[in-house]
Design a protein around this ligand. Structure first.
Ligand SMILES: [Fe+2]
Length: 169
């Protein structure tokens, strides 16, 4: 698609996050939940999976407020982030250390999403799409909270345990 206006850019970026959220619901988050050992991490990821299902529906509302079809654009960045998480899971046995790696992966995804939604909110404001601003801001806040929650679990629960594991000889 040729991008010739701020609205075009807004719509294409919406399609990238729509692809991102769908992939997280289908594969990314369930894979992380299955690989996590600590109940705290598991439940934070499960909660974010629920939120992410909602975010997919919210994006569909954004597309409809624009009178645009909800379409995806292949999100290679998310594919790469998910594949890094998969590598970590296969390289580290189930343990606090693996949980620490899952948190790094989760934080990277949340920061990517915060960057994307931050720009989408700004574009929607500039374009005068008030309903879209509100919807996208809700998701941006959820991504920030999910990021902070992962960091908090890492620093208070996971990292202290991971740091106690003896290094392999
Ligand atoms: Fe999300």
């Amino acid at each position: 698609m040729k991008i010739e206006s701020l609205q075009d850019l807004f719509e294409i970026e919406l399609r990238y996050v729509y692809d991102c959220e769908q992939k997280l619901v289908k594969k990314g988050l369930p894979t992380m939940i299955e690989a996590a050992s600590s109940p705290e991490l598991r439940s934070a990821l499960e909660q974010h999976l629920e939120e992410t299902r909602n975010q997919v529906a919210r994006l569909e509302r954004v597309f409809s407020t624009l009178g645009a079809d909800a379409k995806t654009e292949g999100n290679d960045i998310l594919d790469e982030l998910n594949s890094c998480v998969k590598d970590m899971i296969s390289d580290i046995d189930a343990s606090p250390l693996r949980d620490a790696a899952l948190i790094v992966g989760g934080n990277k995804v949340e920061h990517y999403e915060m960057a994307a939604y931050g720009s989408l909110v700004a574009f929607a404001q500039q374009l005068g799409f008030e309903d879209a601003v509100q919807l996208l801001e809700q998701t941006l806040e959820e991504e920030k909270a999910a990021d902070a929650k992962l960091t908090q679990i890492g620093e208070t629960v996971i990292n202290p345990r991971a740091g106690q594991e003896p290094r392999a000889a």
